[in-house]
Design a protein around this ligand. Structure first.
Ligand SMILES: NC(=O)C1=CN([C@@H]2O[C@H](COP(=O)(O)OP(=O)(O)OC[C@H]3O[C@@H](n4cnc5c(N)ncnc54)[C@H](O)[C@@H]3O)[C@@H](O)[C@H]2O)C=CC1
Ligand SMILES: O=C([O-])C1=[NH+]CCC1
Length: 346
C-alpha cells in the first residue's frame, strides 16, 4: 500500500538533530495545544486519548501505546513560518529483564511512527528512547519556566538544581535545565553513588555549553543533603515509596516529578503534595493516572501558559509530568524535519 518505504531515523541521528531551543519551543506548543479553553486563533490544538497498557506478566513485560494528533503549531527554530501538523503513535515496551540478556538491551524501548496527515500513510519511523528523554525534559523545562522562573522577581538570578536519580531521565533533565536556565549549582543523588559520580563527570565536560558558565556540581549520599539548598528539584527514580519529604525542601521550591513506577506518585510524600500546588501536563493524564493521589490538581501547565488560569505567587509548586503523546509527536517532528532538510542538501 505504501509507495515508498518509510524513512527510518536512528537513536544516534535523533541525538545529532535535536537541540534544546527547538525542544523547548515544541514542548511549549504541545502543552498549550491540549488546553480545552481556546485563548487565541494561533493556539495549537490536539487530540490524545488516555494510553492503554498491556501487561505480559509471564515475560515481566509491559507495553503501552500513545496516539496523538496536533495541528496549527509553529517551531521557528526548526522551520521559520511553517505551520505544522503531526499525527504520531508511540509504542513503549518495558521488559525488566532486558539488562540481564547475553546482549543487554535497554529495559524501556520506544518507537514513534509518523503518518502523513493528508493520506494517513506511514511515512517515518523514529527510534524513540531519545525522543522520550528529550521531550520529558522539554515539558519539565516549560513547567520550570512558567511555574518557577515566572513566579516572582526572586526567581530571576542563578539557581540551585537538585537531581534525584541519575539514570536516563535524571541525566537529560540536568543537561536540559542547565542549558536553558541560569543554574549555578547542580546537586546529584542516586541509589548507587557511582552512577551519580559518572554523571558529575559528564556534566563537568558539558559545563561550557550551560547557560551559567561557572556551574559547580556536587554528589550526595542522601536525599536530604542533595535537596536542602535546591530551588528546583527533579525526581527521576523508580522508587515505589517516598524519597522526598516536606521537611527536606525549601519553602519556595519547584519540583518536577518525572519518575516512579506503576504508581506515578510514589516518589513524593503525601504531606509535601498537599502543602504544594500541583500542576500536570494534561488533565486526561492527571485524572486517569493520578486517580489514587489524594491531592487536588490546580491546573495544566498549558492553562498557565495561555493565561486561562492565573499562577498564585510565592507558593511551592510540583509539576507532574506523566508523559504526553503530543510531546512525542512534536519532538519526533523536529527530528524528521531536520533529517529531511539535511538529506536534501546532500
Ligand atoms: N514522566 C514521563 O514522561 C516519563 C517518566 N519516566 C519514568 O522516569 C523514571 C526513570 O526512568 P529512566 O531514567 O529512564 O530509568 P533509569 O533506569 O535510567 O534510571 C532510574 C534511576 O532510578 C534509580 N532507582 C531505581 N529504583 C529506585 C528506588 N527504589 N529508589 C531510589 N532510586 C531508584 C536507579 O538507581 C536509576 O538511577 C521511571 O520511573 C520511568 O518510568 C520515563 C520516561 C518518561
Ligand atoms: O510517557 C512515556 O513515554 C513514559 N512514561 C513512563 C515511561 C515512558
Amino acid at each position: 500500500m505504501c509507495e515508498n518505504r518509510p524513512t527510518f531515523i536512528t537513536e544516534a541521528q535523533v541525538e545529532e538533530l535535536l537541540t534544546w531551543p527547538a525542544v523547548y519551543e515544541a514542548s511549549e506548543q504541545a502543552l498549550q495545544s491540549i488546553c480545552e479553553k481556546r485563548t487565541s486563533d494561533s493556539q495549537p490544538s490536539a487530540k490524545q486519548p488516555p494510553r492503554p497498557f498491556v501487561e505480559l506478566e509471564r515475560r515481566n513485560g509491559l507495553a503501552f501505546s500513545m496516539l496523538g494528533y496536533i495541528e496549527n503549531y509553529r517551531m521557528q527554530s526548526v522551520d521559520q513560518g511553517k505551520v505544522f501538523d503531526t499525527l504520531a503513535h508511540k509504542i513503549v515496551t518495558a521488559f525488566t529483564k532486558n539488562g540481564q540478556l547475553a546482549k543487554p538491551l535497554p529495559v524501556i524501548i520506544a518507537t514513534v511512527f509518523l503518518f502523513d496527515t493528508m493520506t494517513g500513510q506511514l511515512k517515518t519511523i523514529v527510534e524513540g528512547n531519545g525522543v522520550t528523554a528529550w521531550r520529558t525534559a522539554g515539558s519539565c523545562m516549560v513547567g520550570t519556566k512558567y511555574l518557577y522562573f515566572d513566579r516572582n522577581e526572586k526567581c530571576k538570578s542563578d539557581k540551585v538544581l537538585g537531581i534525584l536519580g541519575c539514570g536516563v531521565q535524571g541525566r537529560i533533565h540536568a543537561i536540559g535545565i542547565s542549558t536553558m536556565f541560569p543554574i549555578s549549582e547542580i546537586h546529584l543523588w542516586n541509589r548507587s553513588v557511582a552512577k551519580a559520580a559518572e554523571l558529575k563527570k559528564e556534566l563537568e565536560s558539558l559545563a561550557g555549553t550551560f547557560k551559567s558558565k561557572h556551574v559547580k556540581i556536587f554528589i550526595h549520599e542522601n536525599v536530604r543533603d542533595c535537596v536542602k539548598t535546591a530551588d528546583i528539584i527533579v525526581t527521576a527514580t523508580q522508587s515505589t515509596s517516598p524519597i522526598l519529604f516536606e521537611d527536606m525542601v525549601k519553602e519556595n521550591v519547584h519540583i518536577n516529578a518525572v519518575g516512579a513506577s506503576k504508581d506515578h506518585h510514589s516518589e513524593i510524600d503525601l504531606k509535601l503534595y498537599r502543602n504544594s500546588k500541583l500542576y500536570v501536563d494534561s488533565w486526561t493524564g492527571g485524572k486517569t493516572e493520578l486517580k489514587s493521589l489524594d491531592c487536588p490538581i490546580e491546573a495544566e501547565v498549558g492553562e498557565i501558559i495561555t493565561k486561562s488560569k492565573a499562577l498564585t505567587q510565592n507558593q511551592r509548586t510540583i509539576f507532574h509530568s506523566l508523559g504526553m503523546a503530543v510531546t512525542d509527536a512534536v519532538v519526533a517532528q523536529i527530528a524528521e524535519t531536520l533529517y529531511l532538510k539535511k538529506k536534501s542538501t546532500f
